[in-house]
Design a binder for this molecule. Structure first.
Ligand code: HEC
Length: 142
């Protein structure tokens, strides 16, 4: 081998090694990304099973039960939320939760005003619409 042939061989060798290292690191990278993606989706599926635990937890943390009762059966502070599917679909229920005052045209709200003079349904427009969707799904299933 001449001196220049040795240089060429060395270059090819170095590039080969760099190529292998690159393959190994990209493989590793996509493997971790893949497995953590799987973890996060299985995690979501677990907490979402049935949709109920999530919605119930949200209803507890947002204080709905304080006025609507532990089983949402109604208290002196707020009406029963048992038959919401008679009045709402998911979209209109989310709209109501986001802005109750702007969605009080139905006749029963006149009764509510008399029945719960001290209480007014607070708006939840500052919450994630996805969360309100879960609550809506839950209320409409009852
Ligand atoms: C401060 C007490 C209070 C809290 C907290 C509260 N509500 Fe209400 N809610 C009311 C009152 C009072 C009404 C009756 C309408 C009115 O007077 O504003 C009402 C009405 C409603 C209605 C409409 C019922 C109908 O017949 O159309 C829904 C649905 C509802 N609330 C869901 C919720 C959910 C879900 C939460 C928690 C995210 C919640 N409320 C938290 C007091 C409350």
């Amino acid at each position: 081998m001449t001196k220049s042939q040795i240089w060429v061989a060395a270059f090819i060798g170095v590039f080969g090694i760099l190529f292998l290292i690159q393959q190994m690191t990209t493989d590793k990278g996509s493997y971790t990304a893949g497995s953590s993606y799987e973890e996060s989706t299985t995690g979501m599926n677990q907490s979402n099973s049935g949709g109920e635990p999530d919605a119930k937890a949200l209803i507890a943390t947002l204080g709905c039960m304080n006025c609507h009762g532990g089983n949402l059966e109604g208290t002196q502070m707020g009406p029963s939320l048992v038959n919401m599917k008679e009045y709402y679909n998911k979209e209109t229920l989310i709209a109501y939760l986001r802005n109750p005052e702007g969605n009080m045209s139905a006749a029963r709200f006149n009764d509510y005003k008399k029945k719960y003079p001290g209480g007014l349904m607070p708006g939840f427009g500052n919450r994630d619409v996805k969360e309100l969707g879960k609550i809506a799904d839950y209320l409409l299933e009852r």
